[in-house]
Ligand binder design. Structure first.
Ligand code: GSH
Length: 335
């Protein structure tokens, strides 16, 4: 039966979709990758509760959406090649990196996609081709123009603006420099096997390789580029490394990107949601950052805090989080 396996409705241009596709490949879960197109849109819509990809249709016909719960659900069913290192510190760091990838690194990915003419044109053409593969070249060109017109005003959804541009662009530079150092001599974030954090971060950075400006930036980071390529179809190359072996380059990355950037931003967003404010401003690395409040990010931060609060015997984890400026934001109350 053609559908007696998982079907992933996604797009090569959707970071969350390629994240889930890489996960299914790594876990060797039989699946079909079905790019969502104009032709199969009605089929997708009949399954979707939200107008978002990825959508995974299970062999029993039920549909799953939202990459993090999709992976959690699969992890509970497929135990080979687990994504969870035994060390609680690494396991929690992995969740933290995934959350940061999904919620923060999505900003530079999306900002660079639709900010400059060169990138707008290249991505709109690629998107038009992937959504309407059978259209004539004239129709695709018109569709690309329409997509560009529709997507550019959506920059504000991720907080991309003149005011925030520098913070967003510098955050990608900083991430890539820190990741380049961390990945020297290792295949995945925690050694010889990918963790949840690898998948989340990879999805967004893979998206960056499809955009001329960020492709040029990433090309200057050969370790990161090799890792992005490896993550498209990952397989284990060894064991997890120990926390001590990883700490010297991992903690600076967490401190710079999560302790000093993601957490202050996500916390300010959560406070604004609590106060039912439509926008919020927060100082990030000395610059004021203003954006519309995001409900999804508020909920996912809450889940992370919940996950942390449920851990017992977490003394060593607290020390590790303290070392990278990530403990206090997890202990704070919000809404
Ligand atoms: N939190 C969701 C986010 C999914 C998401 O934002 N998907 C984007 C593409 S990456 C989307 O479907 N946008 C609307 C569209 O493409 O029609 C997840 O992790 O799956």
């Amino acid at each position: 039966m053609a559908d007696a396996q998982y079907v992933i409705y996604g797009s090569e241009y959707s970071p969350f979709s390629v994240k889930v596709r890489s996960y299914f490949r790594y876990k060797e879960i039989p699946h079909e990758w079905r790019p969502r197109t104009k032709e199969n849109f009605a089929e997708f819509q009949a399954l979707a509760k939200l107008p978002l990809i990825p959508l995974v249709k299970c062999p029993d016909g039920t549909a799953l959406q939202d990459s993090t719960p999709i992976i959690e659900k699969m992890e509970a069913q497929f135990h080979e090649r687990s994504l969870s290192p035994e060390d609680m510190r690494l396991n929690f760091f992995s969740a933290l990196i995934e959350e940061y990838g999904d919620e923060w690194v999505n900003k530079p990915m999306f900002h660079y996609r639709w900010w400059r003419d060169e990138d707008q044109i290249a991505v709109a053409e690629g998107l038009a081709h992937s959504i309407a593969p059978n259209a004539s070249s004239d129709e695709q060109a018109q569709f690309a123009k329409d997509l560009r017109k529709r997507m550019v005003p959506r920059l504000s959804f991720v907080g991309s603006s003149e005011q925030n541009k520098q913070t967003i662009e510098t955050s990608l530079d900083d991430l890539l420099a820190l990741l380049e150092a961390h990945l020297a001599g290792r295949d995945y974030l925690f050694g010889g096997r990918p963790c949840l954090g690898d998948f989340g971060l990879f999805g967004q950075l893979y998206g960056c390789t499809q955009q001329p400006t960020t492709a040029r930036i990433i090309n200057q980071h050969p370790n990161v580029l090799s890792w992005i390529n490896r993550m498209q179809d990952p397989s284990p190359t060894g064991e997890w490394e120990s926390y001590d072996a990883l700490a010297s380059t991992l903690l600076p990355l967490l401190k710079n990107q999560i302790g000093n950037l993601y957490f202050p931003w996500a916390h300010a967003n959560a406070v604004a949601l609590q106060k039912e404010e439509a926008t919020f401003s927060v100082m990030l690395k000395g610059a004021e950052f203003t954006q519309d409040t995001m409900k999804y990010t508020g909920r996912s931060l809450q889940k992370l805090r919940q996950k942390f609060s449920e851990l017992s015997d977490r003394g060593a984890l607290e020390d590790a989080l303290l070392a990278c400026g990530c403990l206090e934001p997890l202990l704070r109350e919000s809404w």
